[in-house]
Design a protein around this ligand. Structure first.
Ligand code: UFG
Length: 328
């Protein structure tokens, strides 16, 4: 067993799991641009080979294959690879307990075995469930309402104990609603469930209309409110977390803009940006949706020095629109 040894090299050797996915590919691209040496690991079950930045070495494999890679010696891991569909997690929880929890435990074991010193993990606001109050701080109770959130929370707990016992410098980042794109890197899910890409598919003519899941929520316009964060701001937080992680500690940060936009406001912004009328139709509430999710990210501001620079919803939508038109 090798003890983790932490230095702060300008050029780190990093393993990005899920490097062919939406957030993983954007972060991999930004890390490469920052001068790091990045290896992307992805089984391509939901990711795309052509999303991996050209400067990254690509390994097609599952998270459970990470051990063989980490044996080569790495400064850190950014762990994005996961199943992340709430509805699927309700219907097929085994995919989440095995695919998220068991795979992540194997990754932690591989890090321990090979003395990999740093970990940044993609956690989620779904760990909090229906919030008692908003904005949501990291002190809020963890009461996930679906297996997706429960599995991410379980991994957070495992990371905490590995950090304490084995000296890993670990950070969990709890994402709110990630959106936007970074040039040729963007959201391209085979099964799309997220609001902004779905609305933009209407503008592209790939769908007739957007269904609005409930107009009777206790919000000013009756539609759900979410905190949308630009994927490039999110990537910036990962870089900061990686550099500032402390050996033996597991830190946890919420990442959002602290401002909520309703489904109706998102659709209106998409209409302005695309110039398309985007027909919308009211549909029943989606099971498990909380009315309002807004992040308190003060801890990330204070401790990481992180400040989102693309908080304007119009900027987020414009970047997502440019990407959507690019891929059709
Ligand atoms: N919505 C619609 N119509 C659609 C799709 C979504 O009205 O066709 C609404 C949803 O009901 C919700 C809002 O748009 O009110 C945003 O929905 P998304 O599916 O885009 O995002 P969620 O807020 O459900 O999910 C996000 C992350 C999840 C994470 C969750 C935490 O994408 O990974 O936040 O609660 F689990």
């Amino acid at each position: 067993m090798t003890q983790p040894k932490i230095t702060q090299p300008d050029r780190m050797r990093l393993l990005v799991t899920g490097g062919a996915g939406y957030i993983g590919s954007v972060c991999a691209a930004r890390l490469v641009e920052a001068g790091h040496d990045v290896v992307a690991l992805d089984d391509l079950s939901t990711g795309h080979r052509d999303a991996v930045p050209a400067a990254c070495r690509f390994i097609e494999g599952t998270v459970e294959d990470a051990g063989a890679v980490l044996a080569e010696g790495f400064d850190g891991v950014l762990h994005f690879a996961a199943r992340s569909l709430v509805a699927e997690s309700m219907a097929q929880p085994q995919r989440y307990w095995l695919g998220n929890v068991v795979a992540s435990l194997r990754l932690l074991e591989a890090m321990r075995e090979h003395g990999t010193p740093r970990l940044v993990f993609s956690s989620t606001a779904a760990t909090y469930g229906e919030p008692a109050s908003v904005p949501i701080t990291e002190e809020a109770a963890n009461q996930p309402t679906n297996p997706y959130g429960a599995t991410k929370l379980a991994i957070d707990h495992a990371i905490g104990s590995y950090a304490t016992a084995h000296g890993i410098a670990a950070v969990s980042l709890r994402y709110f609603n990630v959106a936007g794109a970074y040039g040729r890197y963007g959201e391209r899910h085979t099964v799309e469930t997220h609001l902004i890409p779905l609305v933009l598919q209407v503008a592209l003519g790939r769908r007739n209309k957007i269904m609005v899941f409930g107009e009777d929520w206790p919000t000013p316009d009756g539609t759900c409110i979410r905190d949308y964060i630009h994927v490039v701001d999110l990537a910036d937080a990962h870089e900061r977390a990686l550099v500032q992680a402390v050996p033996g500690e597991h830190r946890l940060y919420n990442l959002g803009n602290g401002t909520g936009f309703s489904v109706q406001q998102v659709i209106d912004t998409c209409r302005q940006i695309t110039g398309h009328p985007i027909p919308a139709q009211c549909a029943p509430r989606r099971p498990g949706d909380p009315a309002v999710l807004i992040a308190a990210s003060d801890r990330a501001h204070c401790e990481l020095g992180w400040k989102p620079e693309r908080a304007d919803l119009a900027v987020i939508v414009a970047d997502a629109w440019e990407f959507a038109r690019r891929v059709g």
